[in-house]
Every structure is written in structure tokens, then in C-alpha cells.
Design a protein around this ligand. Structure first.
Ligand code: ZN
Length: 428
């Protein structure tokens, strides 16, 4: 696709780098450094809240000192990315060398495609394993274990030549997590956390059909562990896709509201990252461009033209690479998802709709985008809840200290008192 070429951001993956709610549970990890090699550019950017006096302290001097500190993350990117309308027609070519090594391919499709002709238009072979992923709810650890069992039975003990995913964040995360469990023993919950996956997964090809989560370019697969009441991803280099095909033809059938609410997630991640205290140059640069593309899409007359679907795919991809810290929107959104089982994208919009005092510009911009695209939020979703449920909403939001500190500083509880937050929920 000549218009956008293939520029690979050389650096990715920073603290809190999950473009989804998994990041909310990420432990405080202190100072992080970029692994730049350009000597003209400062080699490290300690990431502290500006209010605490961010400065370039602790930057190691000689190369030896730097190596001794071992604190430069050796960041991995997605290996190959093919972008543009019709790119999916080259999938057979991409698969050919993998098939030549032997083994079946495993195809993960969002259950939306059960009745679609998409699987028939793809180079699926009779011997391949096909899995339809139920994306009604977010992926769970038990669900991943069940899909893994299904895939292992289909493969009869062999390893696949490739895993492919067609869908949104839920389907892509399912493919990523099942991939890890095909080469690592145990259950999904054993790998919720950071760097717990020990063996490389089979080759994975991500073909997003719904843009916005950034799962296609992130190093996590987010899972809800219902027993532990824990939403946490498998954060690992091995979780990442090896190849992406970003073909806007794949998102042509997405319902408008779903397209908007999922797509706007990229804008949310990126503006929260840019308005926070924990920052770095790479994250800012990617986030700024992702926001620019989101604006071009959602402020245009029709957000779903072929050109706009391609721009949104690229915005989502860049947003996934940026993966900065979030702010107040995601914690409030997480409360809605936990207590009301609301989908992430629409929950973000409800959250921002009552944060006009904290994010006035973004509030008015997103409300304007919704009006422009004919998308609306039904009022009164938290109108008749019990006191216990309001308390649950508050607890499930305020628990996310890191993003709230990123947005409001360490005294965030002085602003977000129970009364303050519950009053916001009641206004939704
Ligand atoms: Zn999000």
C-alpha cells in the first residue's frame, strides 16, 4: 500500500504498555529507559510524575555503565505488517512458506463470521482447524483453556504451521493466548502477569476486522480470571503477532455503533497518555499521530469510508504500539465493565461523558464526534442501582491507582471522593 509505506516505530513497550485494562493492574515499575542508539538523543527518560520534578537524573554515562545497569528494555515489534485495501488477497502467499514446513493452520474467527462467507474466501484447507470465538464477553482464563483443548484435539498432538485471527480484540487476544499454551504447559491463569511465558508460540498472523483496541500490535492478551476476580494479560514478547494484515475491506461489515465505540478506544488511550504525567517521547509521538488519524476519521462526514477504515486500522495499530499510561476514563470504564458487564469501548464513552471538568476539551470533542456520526449514549444506565452497587462501582474504579495518579497526582482521592464519583455514575 504505497500511501503509508512501512515505517516501523523502532521502540515500543513501555511501562503500563497494555492498550487495554490489563495495564490498570500493572505494578509500579519506577524508572524506564528508551533503548535508543542515536547518541544525539538523550538516552534515558526517567518517567516520574512531573509534579515530582522529572529530570534526566540517573542517566548512565559510558556504554559499559549502561550495559551494567541492564535497564534498557530490548523492545520487540510486530515482525511484518501489510497494509492496504485488498492486502488479504496476499494471505495465501504469506502462508505458503509456513505451510511448506508442514502442519495445519488454525483459524480463529469472531463468532460474527459464523454466517459470513469470509472463511470461504480465505485460503483455508480441509485439514485446518477452525475455531469460532464467542466475543459476547471478554476472554476468560477458563475460556482460553477450553479453546486450547479444542485446538490441541484438532491438531492431534502436532504443532500448527500458523495461527490466524480474524476479529476484534477478543478474538486476537484469544489467538495470542492459545498460541502461548500450545508451547507452554499448564493453564491460562499460570501466565497472567509479566514475562511468565517461557517458550515461543507458533507463528501468529493477526487480521483485525474491528479497529481500536490495539491488540494487533500489543504484547498482551487480556484475560478475566473470574475466580481470582482479576483482569490481567499474558504480557510477553511471545504473545505478539509475527505478521499483521491490515486490510480495510475486513471491517466493512462492522455495525456503525460498534465501529465507533471500539474505534474511539484508540483516541481514549492516546489522549489519556498525553494528558498524564508518566510520559516519554516515543509514546507521545505515536499517540499524537494516532489521535490525529482518529480525528480525521471521526470528524469526517462518514467515518466508515474505505479510506477512513484504513486510517482507523492504522490509528489502532499506532495506538497499540504507543501503549502509554491511561488516566481517569479507563478506571471509571473498568467500574462499569466489572459491575454492569458493559463492553469496554462504550464504557469509555460513558466515563468521558461525565468527566467534562477533568477533560473539558476531549469531552467536547468526543461528544461532537458522536453527534457527527449519529452515535448516542442511552441515559440513565446507573439510575436505579442499590447503594451497594454504587459502592461497587466506586471500588472497582478507585482501585486503579496508577492511572489515577498519572492523571491527577498522588492526591487523586481528594478529587475522586466516593460522593464525587458516585454522583458521576448517577449522571450517566
Ligand atoms: Zn481501552
Amino acid at each position: 500500500m504505497p500511501a503509508y509505506g512501512m515505517p516501523f516505530p523502532p521502540i515500543r513497550d513501555f511501562p503500563g504498555s497494555d492498550p487495554d485494562c490489563a495495564r490498570l493492574s500493572k505494578p509500579d515499575s519506577g524508572c524506564f529507559r528508551l533503548n535508543r542508539t542515536d547518541p544525539c538523543i538523550p538516552r534515558c527518560i526517567p518517567i516520574f510524575p512531573r509534579s515530582q520534578g522529572a529530570k534526566s537524573a540517573g542517566c548512565p554515562g559510558s556504554y559499559g555503565e549502561r550495559a551494567a545497569m541492564s535497564s534498557y528494555r530490548n523492545a520487540k515489534n510486530v515482525g511484518y505488517v501489510m497494509i492496504g485495501q485488498g492486502a488479504i488477497s496476499q494471505l495465501e502467499e504469506v502462508l505458503a512458506p509456513l505451510r511448506a514446513r508442514g502442519g495445519q493452520a488454525v483459524w480463529f474467527f469472531d463468532h460474527f463470521f459464523t454466517t459470513s462467507d469470509l472463511p470461504k474466501r480465505l485460503p483455508v484447507q480441509d485439514k485446518d482447524v477452525i475455531v469460532f470465538v464467542d466475543s459476547t464477553e471478554e476472554p476468560t482464563t477458563d475460556g482460553i483453556d477450553a479453546y486450547t483443548k479444542q485446538v490441541k484435539e484438532g491438531l492431534e498432538g502436532a504443532l500448527p504451521c500458523a495461527l490466524l485471527a480474524f476479529g476484534g480484540g477478543a478474538t486476537m487476544d484469544t489467538c495470542k493466548c492459545v498460541g502461548n499454551l500450545l508451547t507452554n504447559p499448564g493453564r491460562a491463569e499460570d501466565y497472567q502477569g509479566w514475562e511468565l511465558v517461557k517458550n515461543p508460540a507458533p507463528y501468529k498472523i493477526g487480521c483485525p476486522t474491528l479497529s481500536g483496541t490495539g491488540s494487533e500490535s500489543s504484547r498482551t492478551g487480556v484475560l478475566c480470571n473470574e475466580v481470582k476476580n482479576l483482569k490481567l494479560g499474558m504480557n510477553s514478547d511471545f504473545t505478539m503477532f509475527d505478521q499483521l494484515v491490515l486490510d480495510p475491506d475486513l471491517s466493512v461489515t462492522v455495525p456503525r455503533e460498534q465501529y465507533f465505540f471500539t474505534g474511539i478506544d484508540t483516541y481514549m488511550h492516546c489522549f489519556e497518555s498525553l494528558s498524564g504525567s508518566y510520559r516519554n517521547v516515543v509514546v507521545d509521538s505515536l499517540a499524537e499521530k494516532a489521535i490525529d488519524l482518529s480525528r480525521q476519521v471521526f470528524l469526517s462526514a462518514d467515518m466508515m469510508t474505505a479510506e477512513n477504515r484504513e486510517k482507523l486500522m492504522i490509528a489502532s495499530y499506532l495506538g497499540g504500539l504507543a501503549a502509554g499510561f491511561v488516566g481517569v476514563v479507563h478506571p471509571i470504564s473498568a467500574g462499569l465493565s466489572m459491575v454492569l458487564h458493559m463492553h469496554h469501548g462504550i464504557a469509555n464513552c460513558y466515563a468521558l461523558s461525565v468527566l467534562e471538568d477533568i477533560y473539558p476539551e476531549q469531552h467536547s470533542e468526543v461528544m461532537g464526534m458522536m453527534a457527527k456520526q449519529g452515535v448516542s449514549l442511552k441515559k440513565g444506565i446507573c439510575a436505579n442501582l442499590t447503594d451497594a452497587q454504587y459502592q461497587q462501582l466506586y471500588d472497582a474504579s478507585i482501585v486503579h491507582e496508577k492511572p489515577l495518579t498519572n492523571a491527577l497526582g498522588p492526591d487523586f482521592r481528594k478529587v475522586l471522593t466516593p460522593e464525587n464519583v458516585i454522583a458521576r455514575f448517577k449522571r450517566m
